[in-house]
Design a protein around this ligand. Structure first.
Ligand code: 13P
Length: 342
């Protein structure tokens, strides 16, 4: 029965053209983003900001699941209502980030390994009791001189698979996130090669750890040239390369692929997702959705700026990005939509 629940949850997370909202920045990451805008880096500021997000009117029309951070899942609105209840009342499934970060990998200069497996079984039990029904674990793969190494890819894929198996045991859908970073001057082709290698390794490991693919969501990067690559590619070329890579490496039993945004401009992330759905949707075995943090939140965060008087406008901006991405899922996003808020 539990397995059927997990499979149903995974399906719901990628149904009705909705997607995931990642609002699971760790305290250091959240503080860094606040500091850049001169917002105070306190627990209360983080709470207020997350209250702004979860109380955004109409958010549940576009967002199926919200990924929270350990601090956030325990927080409440100013009036005392737990965030988990606010989210669930909006028709959004609560999720939780459960890795404890990417750390330097021993013997592998310039590479990272994600930690958090120790004690994970008990933590997952606790999060399920708090209302979470899915989880997230992010592995980070950097492209550079002689990296990524086989050792780094294998170790991260193994950890992702161990995490995913524990999630399913605990009744949670694992969102499996192997992120190939955009940093560097590598070409689209190199990103494609590395992403394919990483995804094939991840699915091998998921198989070895007996993870039920019907009850998982994949959260990959799009296939993109490095940020410093002199040759940047068109929206359609990125869409083609991304779908080609995924078709080669992601089994058809996975219900949905929800991309991370990885630092792409918000509008570009929507346009690229849209192009994939316009050009390929009818021919794909899985849903192509989104699980963005920055590409949904950034405009709202900049408008909010830590000030109560900006909350309503920031919520409008957040809702707007969520709407644009829902449209992109259906292949119905266009530049005209962006003018509505300008
Ligand atoms: P970005 O969309 O900002 O890349 O964040 C997604 C995420 O959840 C990273 O783990």
């Amino acid at each position: 029965m539990r397995l059927q629940d997990i499979i149903n949850t995974a399906k719901i997370l990628v149904s009705s053209n909705k997607g995931l909202l990642a609002m699971d920045e760790s305290n250091p990451t959240c503080n860094k983003r606040f500091a850049k805008l001169g917002i105070s880096q306190t627990e209360e500021a983080r709470r207020s900001y997350r209250e702004l997000i979860v109380t955004t009117p109409g958010l549940g029309d576009c967002i199926s699941g919200a990924i929270l951070y350990d601090e956030t899942i325990r927080q409440q609105k100013k009036d005392g209502t737990p965030f988990v209840k606010v989210i669930a009342d909006a028709g959004i499934i609560p999720g939780i980030k459960v890795d404890i970060g990417a750390k330097d990998m021993a013997g592998h200069p310039g590479e990272k390994i994600t930690e958090g497996l120790d004690g994970l079984r008990d933590r997952l039990k606790g999060y399920f009791q708090m209302g979470a029904r899915f989880a997230k674990w992010r592995a980070v793969i950097d492209i550079g001189d002689n990296i990524p190494s086989r050792g780094c890819i294998e170790a991260n894929a193994h950890a992702l698979a161990r995490y995913a198996a524990l999630c399913q045991e605990a009744g949670l859908v694992p969102v499996v996130e192997p992120e190939v970073l955009m940093d560097g001057d590598h070409s689209l082709e190199i990103c494609s090669e590395v992403t394919e290698k990483v995804l094939r390794t991840v699915f091998n490991q998921l198989y070895m750890q007996r993870v039920i693919l019907e009850g998982t969501i994949l959260k990959p990067n799009m296939v993109l040239p490095g940020l410093d690559c002199p040759k940047q590619e068109s929206v359609d070329k990125v869409a083609d390369a991304t779908v080609k890579c995924l078709l080669r490496s992601v089994p058809a039993s996975v219900p949905g692929i929800a991309f991370l945004s990885g630092g792409q401009y918000s509008e570009l992330a929507s346009a690229r997702l849209n192009s994939m759905n316009v050009r390929f949707r009818s021919r794909l075995p899985w849903a192509l959705a989104f699980s963005f943090a920055r590409a949904i939140q950034q405009p709202a965060l900049e408008i909010w700026h830590g000030e109560e008087k900006n909350v309503a406008r920031a919520q409008q901006a957040l809702h707007h990005r969520a709407m644009c991405n829902r449209a992109a899922r259906g292949g119905e996003y266009n530049e005209e939509m962006e003018k509505i808020l300008k």
